[in-house]
Design a protein around this ligand. Structure first.
Ligand SMILES: NC(=O)C1=CN([C@@H]2O[C@H](COP(=O)(O)OP(=O)(O)OC[C@H]3O[C@@H](n4cnc5c(N)ncnc54)[C@H](O)[C@@H]3O)[C@@H](O)[C@H]2O)C=CC1
Ligand SMILES: O=C(O)CCC(=O)C(=O)O
Length: 446
């Protein structure tokens, strides 16, 4: 990294202390941008970097709610409105006990460039809370969501900031959040949230979009390298929204998905995962993945989620959480012959793990490109809401596929243009940055 980029990074670390995930995401982008700043001085002169690393607005608020025992609970809510150069802030809400401002900022920062790659008019934002939905009743989740929205509503809007789901936020939570928004504002502004129910403004394919999009883009990368999903053994971490629909599409493409996980452990089924069982356990029962082995004698359950990376596979799709593949796990994947890694989760590989993939010529598509299908389909949901229309499954899926192929082509072409052929980390970061930076140049110092 040159001295100017180093200086910006040092300032980010000083001004945002004790936020290692945010530092990591900024460092990865800045490392990629060196050739951009060598080629063109305009971005430095306009202070684009200094502005892009600073959120436009950060909101932190109290979320009081009453549990089923009548006891008052207090959580902390966050919304970081990071960058609106391309459109309204857009990004999910995460409910997980690990959430603090550093996690929301890393996710919001990633979202700026990911959203730019989709080619839609959406800026970057993210939010959430340290509320833990695990073990909570439906009514407790509802009361939490209502309290969360009672503060959030004043900051969001279909032309301002449009939240959606992330870890711990699915259709149930979006429903409760929307209900409270509608009640407080007395308006059915469908475009204020995405991931809505299909009978009240949601889009077909949004549920499947991130997982399907991940498989489409990995297939495109494989195809470009004379390969495909057909006949491959695939390991996918997590067993939530992204993992389930990545499994579905990979299976449709002729791959065998042999392992899934949750935060407690992983299942390995050499006969191939039965997705109906998984959907039943996770989507209907909201239970732990270990339940799977009670129904499938071909499967084993192992405690500890990290062990999933010791399973021999051709393709790995980390789709659970940040930093779940470290250097050692990456080395094990390489030793076991992995040919491709596609990131369904946000920042699931540590920088050291990415270095291992790159040194060993593992085909690698980073999160900003690989999991952009979810937010891209959210943008399609916003378009449908704006038109008071709803499109068929086939129409939305075809658009999603085109967007993923475009993201792959743009990232590879930009990497090649900067002399970094095959490096999709650089390609995605540079392509996303240029789109946002050029819009910021047009809009003046704001
Ligand atoms: N849902 C979406 O549309 C999008 C999600 N993502 C990212 O994908 C990842 C997964 O999100 P979702 O599937 O939506 O969440 P989810 O809440 O539906 O599922 C998360 C899954 O990961 C598991 N998990 C959590 N920590 C784990 C760990 N340490 N090891 C193994 N498993 C663990 C959970 O048990 C759960 O099965 C997150 O990084 C999220 O930011 C990215 C783009 C869009
Ligand atoms: O659909 C959305 O706006 C949320 C997507 C998201 O949070 C993500 O891409 O990580």
């Amino acid at each position: 990294m040159n001295s100017y980029l180093e200086k910006v990074l040092t300032e980010v670390k000083q001004r945002n202390q004790c936020q290692p995930e945010f530092h990591q995401s900024v460092e990865e982008v800045l490392e990629s941008l060196e050739p951009v700043f060598e080629r063109d001085s305009i971005y430095k002169e306009a202070g684009i970097l200094e502005r892009i690393v600073e959120p436009e607005r950060q909101i932190i608020f109290r979320v009081p709610w009453v549990d089923d025992n009548g006891k008052t609970q207090v959580n902390r809510g966050f919304r970081v409105e990071f960058n609106s150069a391309l459109g309204p802030y857009k990004g999910g809400l995460r409910l997980h006990p690990s959430v603090y401002i550093g996690i929301i900022k890393f996710l919001g920062f990633e979202q700026i460039f990911k959203n730019a790659l989709t080619g839609r008019s959406i800026g970057g934002g993210k939010g959430g809370s340290d509320f833990d939905p695990k073990g909570k009743s439906d009514m407790e989740v509802m009361r939490f969501c209502q309290s969360f929205m009672t503060e959030l509503y004043r900051h969001i809007g279909d032309k301002t900031d449009v939240p959606a789901g992330d870890i711990g936020v699915g259709a149930r939570e979006i429903g409760y959040l929307f209900g409270q928004y509608k009640r407080i504002t007395n308006s059915f502004a469908a475009g204020v949230l995405t991931g809505k129910g299909l009978n009240w403004g949601g889009s077909l394919v949004r549920t499947e979009a991130t997982g399907y999009g991940l498989v489409y883009i990995v297939e495109e990368m494989l195809k470009d390298n004379g390969n495909s999903f057909e006949g491959k053994d695939v390991v996918i971490s997590g067993s939530g929204n992204v993992a389930i629909y990545a499994t579905e599409k990979a299976q449709e493409m002729g791959a065998k998905v042999i392992a899934l996980s949750d935060s407690n452990g992983y299942i390995y089924d050499p006969a191939g995962i039965n997705l109906e069982t998984v959907k039943c356990i996770k989507e209907v029962g909201r239970k732990r993945i270990k339940e799977y082995v009670t129904e499938h004698s071909s499967a084993e359950y192992h405690e500890g989620s990290k062990g999933i990376w010791t399973i021999k596979c051709d393709i790995a799709l980390p789709s659970a959480t940040q930093n779940e593949i470290d250097e050692d796990s990456a080395k094990t994947l390489v030793k076991n012959g992995v040919i491709a890694v596609g990131e369904g989760a946000n920042m699931p590989s540590t920088p050291e793990a990415i270095e291992v993939y790159q040194k060993n010529n593992v085909l690698f598509v980073p999160a900003k490109a690989a999991n952009a299908g979810g937010v891209a389909t959210s943008a399609l949901e916003m378009t449908q809401n704006g038109m008071w229309d709803s499109w068929s499954f086939e129409k939305v899926e075809a658009k999603l596929k085109n967007i993923m192929v475009d993201i792959y082509n743009t990232s590879s072409e930009v990497a090649k243009d900067y002399g970094l052929e095959g490096n999709l980390v650089a390609g995605a970061n540079i392509a996303g940055f240029l789109k946002v930076a050029n819009a910021m140049l047009d809009q003046g110092i704001v």
